[in-house]
Design a protein around this ligand. Sequence first.
Ligand SMILES: [Zn+2]
Ligand SMILES: [Zn+2]
Length: 128
Amino acid sequence: MPPRRERKTWTLPSAPGPSLRQRVEQKEREAGLRCCDPSCGIGPSDEDPVPEMLAASIKQVSIHSRSNPGEGAVCTHRFHPACLVSAERVAGWGGEDKAEPHVEVSCPVCRDVGCVTRGEWEEGVSAL
Ligand SMILES: [Zn+2]
Ligand SMILES: [Zn+2]
């Protein structure tokens, strides 16, 4: 008697292309809930979605060129001030010299070096 083939039980595929999780994160990013920081902690957890009203008030900053802080950003990445501050501190950046009008930072994603304004930095510090 030939061995009967076991009926496969259905399991979640371990690596499905762009996962639902990634698509959700992309949507959250578009909505401003999640920034480019890979460890962004402001985005809502699955159990605790942030209302859309609040999303509109979540500000993100980009990293400005050091030589020309008024002129655009060094890269396309944008971060919640608090995410940026914690990422820079981990990486050993971040000016605690409050006399400086700009704080030198390195993009946590692409490592481009630029700066944020003191105001943006302090906003992140106070939101931590
Ligand atoms: Zn963030
Ligand atoms: Zn970048």
